[in-house]
Design a binder for this molecule. Structure first.
Ligand code: GLU
Length: 474
């Protein structure tokens, strides 16, 4: 445990829905805060107005709510003097910009786009990396709004830093450049705003993706210029898609995490699945199905992996099924009944359905594919399919008659799976071949030889319908 109170944040830009990659990052930051009785902040990074998509903030909050990732402070949980939406914090960035100007770490950039383009082209021709700092003006004018403000790298040096996941990282002086702090539209860049916010909000651990590693030397230079303590960097591994082993992103078709909710996955299963995308409880501990509490309890930064984490929807289905099994029979019944279409909401179907699903959406799916029709309509049957192996029609029809008699003795109110099974097995065990009894009964009741057990079908459709289907077979 840390000495200082742990403060983490999830800092999405409101540019649309959240896919597994962004939610997994949020989860790791949340887990680390909860594990240490710390604070988890939701901060909205909306300084790039061109990329903003309406409704994203509400959508992000809804996703966090679904997964139970509660935040202690956020856009809808502000304190006096502290809000968590960047576009409402412009004065604070200006204050920090002025501190940097005063310290000689920032200057007004008056070069035109054409000029910068020329510098870039020239560097390209000379096969050198383009560095703005090599074209820094000698005596820039005082900074005025409407012009970009740039950070000044005073000392191009090698940067060495520690990442809780990647260990020691290092980059040469070419990684440092005079980057833009405030744009000509008056908004800060992500590169600047997130540092100011992380300082102001007392963030101790920055959990984010590997795409930020290459800019970290620049960020560190700003912390040094401001003489502010640096957070611990925690680089979460990329999530690799199932096809082609490429990083999963929105552009690669990663879907909105709320779609999984709509498909009937349990939030606790999604939480469990996401936690295992790049983290495990440690060597010798191969638990895969874990509750939220167990995950919070076991979470640590040392077991976050460096390499890409493989996304696998089959595993999600498996984990979901395991979490379904942990629900009470009442909860299972309630959900299955809810997902069954009108006219099929029969609680006797619950065990049959449960065996065939891994998420609630499958309930609807199997019903729509006609897999439950046999419980509601008398199936079509073909005479020859009733015959078991090289048995004869006479033998089969005789057996069915005996079964009808045996079932006739069971009271309608006691027509349970167990009682039907006992009666059927008694008949089956009397003859030479059980198959000569069980096969035709199964087929007569279901119209298929791959169906739920005949006893189960019988108990669901009831005594009258069972006997009527068997009579039809004769
Ligand atoms: N706003 C950044 C993004 O959405 C957040 C990066 C960070 O966590 O610092 O990618």
């Amino acid at each position: 445990m840390e000495d200082k109170k742990v403060v983490t944040r999830f800092a999405p830009s409101p540019t649309g829905f959240m896919h597994v990659g962004s939610v997994r990052t949020a989860l790791f930051a949340w887990l680390w805060a909860r594990k240490n009785n710390g604070i988890f902040i939701l901060r909205i990074e909306d300084t790039d107005k061109k990329r903003e998509v309406e409704g994203s903030i509400e959508h992000i909050m809804e996703t966090l709510r679904w997964l139970g990732l509660d935040y202690d402070a956020g856009p809808d949980k502000c304190e006096p003097g502290m809000c968590y939406t960047q576009s409402e914090r412009l004065e604070i960035y200006k204050k920090y910009a002025n501190i940097l100007i005063k310290k000689g770490f920032a200057y007004s950039d008056v070069s035109s786009l054409e000029e910068i383009e020329q510098f870039r082209k020239k560097a390209e021709e000379e096969k050198r990396a383009f560095l703005f700092r090599e074209h820094r003006p000698e005596n820039p004018p005082e900074w005025k709004e409407g012009f970009p403000l740039r950070f000044k790298i005073k000392e191009p040096k090698r940067t060495v830093w520690h990442d809780a996941v990647r260990g020691e990282l290092t980059a040469g002086p070419e990684a440092l450049d005079d980057f833009i702090l405030i744009k000509s539209d008056g908004y800060p860049t992500y590169n600047f705003a997130h540092i100011v916010d992380d300082i102001e909000m007392g963030i101790t651990h920055v959990v984010r993706g590997q795409e930020f590693i290459s800019s970290t030397p620049n960020y560190i230079a700003v912390y040094e210029a401001l003489e502010a303590p640096q957070p611990t960097y925690v680089t979460a591994p990329p999530i690799m898609g199932e096809e082609g082993n490429k990083k999963m992103g929105k552009r690669e078709g990663a879907k909105d995490v709320l779609e999984y909710r709509n498909e009937g996955y349990l939030p606790e299963a999604m939480f469990n699945f996401l936690a295992l995308l790049g983290w495990n409880p440690g060597s010798g501990d191969n638990r895969e199905v874990m509750s939220r509490e167990e995950i919070v309890e076991s979470f640590d930064l040392t077991h976050i992996q460096k390499s890409g984490a493989q996304f696998n929807e089959e595993k999600l289905d498996w984990i979901n099924k395991e979490h379904i099994k942990k629900l009470s029979p009442e909860q299972i019944e309630k959900n299955i009944l809810e997902w069954l279409p009108e006219g099929m909401k029969n609680s006797k179907l619950v065990p049959v359905v449960l065996e065939r699903i891994s998420k609630w959406g499958d309930v609807k799916d199997i019903a729509e594919r006609g897999k439950l029709d046999l419980f509601f309509e008398t199936p079509e049957i073909q005479r020859e399919k009733l015959i078991f192996k090289n048995s004869t029609p006479e033998k089969i029809s005789e057996n069915i008659k005996i079964v009808i008699q045996a079932l006739g003795n069971i009271d309608e109110n006691n027509f349970t799976t167990e009682n039907v099974k006992d009666a059927l097995m008694l008949v089956a065990n009397m003859g030479e071949s059980r198959g000569e009894v069980l096969h035709p009964v199964r087929y007569a009741l279901s119209g298929s030889d791959k169906s739920p057990d005949p006893f189960i079908i019988a108990s669901i459709i009831g005594k009258n319908e069972t006997i009527s289907r068997l009579q039809k077979a004769i």
